[in-house]
Design a protein around this ligand. Structure first.
Ligand code: COA
Length: 386
């Protein structure tokens, strides 16, 4: 089967962009990606976004962003899969070019979260939970993840200190990423001394509320050749997988099994013809530290209950066996929710081209995993150096 290739990537710094609107962020990322690929037109636009309606009172993002980016009368839509919107939009772009219906597509992920009141943002984020079974009862995402964190620690005997290691690793890598929101390394004590948001989950166990946009140009190898894009720029999308699980935690068979990630990963591994041991780095969805641990287990990098053990053994650093969050992850780069999956992919592209500020030595294959809801909608994409 022919594979799609990414030939251009661009992103804005993640942060509190008081002076830029959602559209400005998206256009900046798109133009950077097009410049990177050396192209001046695309056939179609896919916008990854989670909650622009409530946050900035703007829907119809396809039309808005294609118009403001000057892309002409192309087809353009918004793809929404909660915090996994980015990973899902990358997959829709890949499917479009592999179907032969579109030759060159641009995928942009964008979210503008800091224009709303924090309490409102927390409520809008919880729209991705079960409105009747969770949101109605006041359960925010932080609260739901705190339940999982407590259960994980109790079941496997981990401490808050153990899980803090994921935040320390993310900040160490984010400190070297000019696009990251937080560029300061932290210590375990920083995490432990930070205030509880929902016991046992603390400020530094959580990803921040922020703004940002990232974009990719996707095409086929034939078209990339025709366009004259040098092969050093190509990164193959070797495998994609997506799956859902129960939307509310109460109906989940096993709170500590990210089943949607497991199923999505199996699909992506099969399509790419690789196994977990072949992956050189993992960009996992560490919206909360416990999610990094559960993700490593679901992706097959660690056995059940051993995700946090990898961090304790120092195995998740850039030069170790299972590097994760190579440019800061959600925790330090930031988590502009609908854009995150595209940021992860842009970072994987930089790693595989050998252009990352925190380079994984000899990286050939990278995996990105993007979680929507509390594990209810998950994408896994595998990228390979050409
Ligand atoms: N990690 C580290 N520092 C953080 C941070 C984070 N996640 N979030 C905010 N900060 C810092 C700010 O930079 C600020 O520092 P300063 O005083 O030096 O300027 C300080 O903490 C207070 O920031 P503020 O924006 O007032 O924080 P807040 O209390 O409103 O929000 C959280 C903190 C954790 C509640 C918020 O970031 C949050 O809700 N995160 C989770 C988002 C989420 O659920 N995403 C979806 C996941 S699926």
């Amino acid at each position: 089967m022919e594979k799609a290739v990414i030939i251009g990537a661009g992103m804005t710094p993640v942060g509190e962009h008081w002076k830029l609107a959602l559209r400005d962020l998206a256009v900046e990322a798109i133009l950077k990606a097009m410049e990177d690929a050396g192209i001046d037109s695309v056939d179609s636009l896919y916008v990854a976004n989670m909650i622009s309606g409530p946050l900035v009172e703007q829907e119809n993002l396809g039309a808005l962003i294609a118009d403001w980016a000057g892309l002409g009368n192309i087809p353009a839509v918004k793809i929404e899969a909660a915090c996994a919107s980015g990973g899902a939009a990358v997959q829709e772009g890949v499917k479009a070019v592999l179907s032969g219906l579109e030759d060159v597509v641009v995928v942009v992920g964008v979210e503008k979260m800091t224009d709303a009141w924090p309490s409102d943002t927390t409520r809008y984020l919880a729209y991705a939970a079960d409105a009747e079974w969770e949101l109605f009862h006041g359960a925010s995402f932080v609260a739901l993840n705190a339940l999982i964190m407590r259960y994980y620690m109790k079941t496997y005997g981990y401490t808050e200190e153990d899980l803090a290691l994921f935040a320390v690793n993310a900040h160490a890598n984010g400190a070297k990423n000019p696009y990251a929101m937080f560029k300061k390394p932290i210590k375990v004590e920083t995490v432990l001394k930070s205030p509880y948001v929902a016991d046992p989950l603390k400020l530094f166990d959580a990803s921040p509320v922020c703004d940002g946009a990232a974009a990719l140009i996707i095409t086929t190898p034939d078209k990339a050749k025709e366009l004259g894009v040098p092969k050093e720029k190509w990164v193959e999308v070797a495998g994609i997988g997506r799956a859902i699980d129960t939307i509310n935690l109460a109906n989940r068979e096993d709170l500590l099994d990210l089943k949607a990630a497991r199923v999505a990963a199996q699909r992506a591994y099969k399509m790419a013809g690789v196994e977990p041991k072949d992956i050189d780095f993992f960009e996992v969805h560490d919206a909360f530290t416990v999610m990094a641990a559960l993700s490593l287990e679901a992706l097959g990098a660690a056995e059940r209950g051993k995700g946090a053990q990898l961090a304790k053994e120092g195995q998740i650093a850039i030069d170790a066996d299972y590097p994760i969050q190579t440019m800061g992850g959600l925790k330090a780069r930031g988590h502009p929710v609908g854009a995150t999956g595209v940021y992860q992919t842009v970072e994987a592209v930089l790693q595989l081209r050998g252009e990352a500020p925190t380079q994984v030595p000899d990286a050939e294959i990278g995996l990105t995993q993007n979680i929507g809801g509390t594990g209810s909608n998950i994408t896994v994409n595998i990228l390979r150096r050409v």
